[in-house]
Structures are given as C-alpha cells and as structure tokens.
Ligand binder design. Structure first.
Ligand code: GTP
Ligand code: MG
Length: 186
C-alpha cells in the first residue's frame, strides 16, 4: 500500500457497546463515563508507524449504533479496509447481534475488508459479565474472525487490536496492489 494511502477503519456494533470510548482511548488516551450517543458518524485522523517502518495515515470512523442511523452509516462500509465489530460483555443482545452485523457487512462492504471482533468492558466484575470469553471465542471461530477482549475504560487490548488490524491491512492490501500491477504488466 503506497505511503500516501489512507487506511479507513470503521467501528461498528450496537449502541452503548463503547465504540466512541474505544476511539477516545486510542486517539486521546482518555475515558468518558457518560454515554453521549453518536449522531450519524464521526471520524478522527491519526498517523502511525508499522513494524516494517512504514508510516501510515489512518482515518477511524466512529458510527452510531442506534438503528435510526443505519441508513446513513451503511453508506460508509464500502470505503473501509478494516472493521472492528464490538459487542459488550455485559449486554447479551449486543453479542447476539454480532451475526446480524456480519450479514450487513457482507452486503455493504468491500469483500476484502478485514473484520476483527472485540468483546468490550472486561474491566467489570464477574457478576456484571454475561458473555464469557469462551462464548466470544466460539462466535469468532464460527465467523472466522480474529478476536480480542478489550476495555476502553482501562485500555486493555485497544492499542493491540488497532496495531494488529493495521499490520494485517498493510499485508493484505500490499498483495492486492502487487497483483494489480502484475496484471497490468501482462
Ligand atoms: P452509540 O454512539 O450510541 O452507538 O454508543 P457507543 O457504542 O459509542 O458507546 P459509548 O462509547 O458512548 O459508551 C457507552 C457507555 O459505556 C458509556 O457510559 C461508557 O462510559 C461505557 N463504556 C464504554 N467502554 C467501556 C469499558 O470498556 N468499560 C466500562 N466499564 N464501561 C465502558
Ligand atoms: Mg458512540
């Protein structure tokens, strides 16, 4: 992928799973207790350096989870190289909806898009957690998605999932560019 290429990452998942907090943790290293529902969508720009020394630009789209915004947000799936699909380990419905999100992604997104699954809010106590790690892993295996459990509150695995997906995007999309060039040379 050329240096001036912008990587687009979309954060998806039900309302209140913590998408906005995920973005704030990654970009500003802070946490917000209040839930201020995202209206439509919002984005942030960031630069980072990959392990191979390549500098990349990153555009992270924070989408609204509420159904009433779906008609707007789904227009943005097409341009994404990566999607972090988030559920909340304290909210069973958000976990059960993972398959619906995947169907919507398959309909709307680029077929090469890389999808990662995150079970967020693992900082909560055992009594509040309703989705076990093994259940998250099971659905991830079924859908063939890399899986992380995360906490936007204390930062667990937030940087890691972004780093992982960006390395992978670089690998996959560089290959796609190479094969396009080879095609042109024929
Ligand atoms: P929409 O914009 O409506 O789609 O919601 P969202 O997914 O952006 O949720 P948001 O980030 O606003 O977080 C919802 C609530 O969950 C807020 O009260 C956050 O403080 C809380 N929250 C987010 N992440 C975490 C987390 O990792 N741990 C805990 N304990 N709470 C979290
Ligand atoms: Mg939000």
């Amino acid at each position: 992928m050329s240096d001036d290429c912008i990587n687009k990452i979309l954060l998806l998942g039900d309302s209140t799973v913590g998408k906005t907090c995920f973005l704030l943790r990654y970009c500003d290293k802070r946490f917000q207790e209040a839930h201020l529902s995202t209206i439509g969508l919002d984005y942030r720009l960031k630069s980072m350096t990959l392990k191979n020394g390549k500098n990349i630009k990153l555009q992270i789209w924070d989408t609204a989870g509420q159904d009433r915004f779906r008609a707007i947000t789904k227009n943005y799936y097409k341009g994404a190289n990566g999607i972090i699909l988030i559920y909340d380990v304290t909210n069973l419905q958000s976990y059960e909806n993972v398959k619906n999100w995947i169907s919507q992604i398959k309909e709307e997104a680029n077929p090469n898009v890389l999808i990662y699954l995150a079970g967020n809010k693992i900082d909560v106590g055992e009594e509040e957690r309703v989705v076990k790690t093994e259940e998250g892993q099971k659905i991830a295996d079924e859908l063939n998605l890399p899986f992380y459990e995360t906490s936007a509150k204390n930062g667990v695995n937030v940087n890691e999932i972004f780093e992982d997906i960006l390395e992978k995007i670089d690998e996959v999309y560089s290959k796609i560019e190479v094969s396009k060039t080879e095609g042109k040379n024929k």
